[in-house]
Design a protein around this ligand. Structure first.
Ligand code: IVH
Length: 699
């Protein structure tokens, strides 16, 4: 971080209480020393990255304002904040760090500094590659054999960690050719390796690593562990060793990594985020955004994207500062890992009876959203990780993926903290738990959630089975007559009488059940209770596919054609439908309708075709009593789409008159945006116009 960036970065990151006196500065400096020792060393993490960066920026800002009082031992001006354990192996040439920027503006500012130093615009283009979040090492190959691995240390001297040779994927002990070269790059645990490493560690009674980076630093330095942990290497640079030329003169950065890869060493180009050569910084920024977007899917953690001048002559021309090269810049990505407190663990029972634990966390902001819950896998995993209530834990969230708890920061565990309690009875039905497998289940399996599911399926907007209330459902489930929703349709009058205690009620229900067989597919599908498919989504799915057969045939890609189903939801929906095959088959055998009737009003020509309609207030007149879902159904039937908030894309706002006579906030916004506002009466009339064309269609 250059001094000039401190103010800019402080304004874009949340601030750390900045020192306002010499004493506060010294206290902050001490915290920074402690934190950076653990950040770069193998100690336990005492601050997460965001907090660390904020503290560092606060110290820098104070130093900028009080240049005469900068402590001689301030770590802010040194490579790796002067905290990395220094070894005794001299580096071939200084192993430097990178300057950081935090946004597109920062990248443009770096581009201007490059141009200033060169005296012209660079002509050789830029490379863009991921910034792997691990530990830097120099790997020396002589005659094709890996002879020495050295940590960064203070940049001029590092530690010999050659004992890790053979433990690092991507860094082979022998190369394809007998070349002599020093390869520089990052060693890290992939997510998979990290989880395996923590399982091994806890099995040996060692505390779990709090995050992959800390684990890497510790593993590189540990010589006498009774176990070996696999890590992975990605090369990002090459230097000449023993004066032996490795690259032809004039090779670009891209050429260098191609040559390293050809020799058999993995490079950043081999990661999914790859290495791209681009002509200018606009394209570089686009690639930064693209890599940021794929962050959640990458097998290894990245904390930024590195942009470099590709041309080695241009690199040489502008050279290095004391801590970093002027020809490269790291565009830092927001931290996706933070520390917070594990307050509780709640257990939910899934449709199949699986007990799923969720961590309740002290609210923490990660990448722009507040995280309060995170997934935990299963009881065995909770025990393996030795999680205690009150533990400070590391939480990871990238992109849209659900946050997950990585590990407990054991040295911050409060005295007297107890291990996370595991349930002794099913949290839903209070019954026995089957603990035979890693994923615990309610011994009742699907029956545990069954009464709620049957009541849902019988609801007015699903199968609309009048008279099938709570008590009736409970009796049918209790007797074993109903084990899934399809069983409803094979109930005999005798069984119905037994459950209801009245042959009259049984006859009425049998009539209702018969009528329910003819409900449109959208309602039948909704009655299955597929997670993530409520009434509107079920309507969209049924309309899109038309038949249950077509729904069942759809794979995850086909499912994404339905509006509102993205790449994350699609496989989950497809998987649930497949698991429901026996129930669907039984419904078909019972003669339940499996097609969606053509929707004339929804077809081109419906009065709301192509329109987005937002509804606000309590409906009146002909629409009195219409709730949100009835209104949505009405809008969709007339060819429109229901929206939730008023925006420039809204076509009509249906606004009920408010009780106090004042226009609602939605009505005010609609007026501002020039969106048409209609009363419920006028809207009913508009929609009715369309439905008159279809005999029998009603509001
Ligand atoms: S280039 C002389 N490229 O990030 C150029 N560094 O925070 C030095 N890092 O010290 C580094 N991925 O340990 C470069 N693709 C990449 C990188 C990368 C990770 C590390 C490296 C560096 C640190 C700076």
């Amino acid at each position: 971080m250059t001094t000039s960036h401190a103010d800019e970065a402080l304004s874009t990151l949340p601030t750390f209480p900045a020192p306002s006196s010499r004493a506060e500065y010294e206290a902050a400096l001490k915290r920074l020393h402690d934190a950076s020792r653990s950040y770069y060393g193998d100690g336990d993490s005492v601050l997460d990255d965001t907090a660390y960066d904020r503290l560092r920026l606060a110290v820098l800002a104070w130093e900028e304002a009080n240049p005469a009082e900068v402590a001689p031992d301030s770590p802010t001006g040194l490579v790796a904040d002067g905290a990395a354990p220094v070894g005794d192996v001299e580096h071939t040439s200084r192993l430097l760090s990178l300057d950081n920027v935090f946004d597109a503006e920062g990248l443009v500012a770096w581009g201007a500094s490059v141009q200033r130093r060169l005296g012209r615009a660079p002509a050789g283009g830029f490379t863009v590659e991921p910034k792997i979040d691990g530990a830097a090492v120099a790997a020396r190959y002589r005659e094709g054999r890996l002879v020495q691995v050295i940590t960064r240390g203070d940049g001029s001297h590092g530690e010999d960690v050659s004992h890790v040779i053979g433990q690092i994927d991507g860094l082979p002990e022998r190369l394809a050719e007998a070349v002599t070269v020093e390869v520089r790059g990052e060693v890290a645990f992939t997510q998979e390796q990290f989880e395996a490493a923590n399982a091994v560690r806890t099995a040996h009674g060692a505390p779990a690593f709090v995050n992959p980076r800390n684990g890497t630093a510790g593993t590189l330095r540990a010589k006498d562990r009774p176990y070996r942990l696999r890590m992975t290497f990605w090369a990002y640079g090459v230097v000449e060793l023993d004066g032996v030329a490795f690259l032809p003169a004039g090779s670009t950065h891209h050429d260098a990594l191609v040559a390293v890869a050809a020799a058999g060493v993995q490079t950043t180009a081999a990661s999914a985020a790859g290495l791209l050569v681009v002509p200018g910084l606009a394209e570089a920024q686009a690639r930064v955004d693209a890599i940021a977007a794929m962050r959640a899917e990458l097998p290894v953690g990245i904390d930024g994207v590195v942009v470099k001048l590709n041309d080695s002559a241009e690199q040489a021309e502008i050279g290095f500062g004391s801590r970093f090269p002027y020809w490269a810049i790291a565009v830092k990505l927001p931290a996706v890992e933070r520390q917070t407190v594990l307050q509780d663990v709640v257990w939910e029972v899934g449709r199949t009876g699986v007990l799923a634990p969720t961590a309740i966390l002290a609210p923490v902001e990660i990448d722009g959203s507040t995280v309060t819950r995170a997934t935990l896998h299963n009881p065995a995993d909770i025990r393996r990780r030795d999680l205690h209530l009150g533990d400070t834990v590391t939480v990871y969230k990238a992109g849209d993926i659900i946050p997950r708890v990585q590990a407990a920061v054991v040295h911050l565990r409060p005295a007297g903290a107890t291990p996370v309690p595991l349930p002794e009875a099913c949290p839903r039905c209070g019954g026995e738990i089957n603990t035979a497998q890693e994923r615990w289940r309610c011994a009742q399996g699907t029956s545990c959630a069954l009464p709620a599911l049957i009541e849902y399926a019988a609801g007015r907007e699903m199968l609309d089975i009048d008279g099938l209330g709570k008590t009736y459902v409970a009796a049918l489930v209790e007797s074993g007559d109903v084990r899934d929703v399809a069983d409803l349709f094979t109930l005999t009058i005798d069984r119905l009488t037994a459950a209801s205690g009245s042959s009259k009620r049984a006859a009425k229900l049998a009539e209702q059940l018969e009528a329910a067989k003819a409900r449109p597919l959208s309602r039948v599908f909704c009655a299955l209770g597929v997670l993530g498919t409520g009434r509107s989504m079920s309507r969209r799915i049924a309309r899109h596919f038309g038949t249950m057969d077509a729904i069942r045939e759809a794979d995850a890609l086909g499912m994404q054609d339905v509006e509102g189903i993205g790449p994350e939801k699609a496989p989950v929906v497809v998987e649930q439908i497949a698991a429901l095959a026996p129930v669907i088959d039984k419904l078909i055998a019972a003669g339940v309708n499996m097609t969606e009737p053509a929707d004339p009003a929804g077809a081109p020509g419906g009065p709301l075709e192509g329109k987005v309609v937002v509804v606000t207030g309590k409906m009146t007149g002909p629409l009195e009593g219409f709730g949100r879902s009835e209104m949505n159904a009405l809008i969709e039937k007339a060819g429109g789409r229901a929206g939730s908030g008023v925006s420039a894309r809204t076509s009509i706002l249906v606004a009920a008159p408010s009780a106090n006579g004042k226009p609602s906030s939605k009505a005010v916004k609609a007026a501002e945006l020039g969106v048409e506002v209609m009363t419920p009466d006028a809207f009913a009339e508009l929609v009715a116009e369309g439905s008159h064309r279809e005999a029998g269609a009603t509001l």
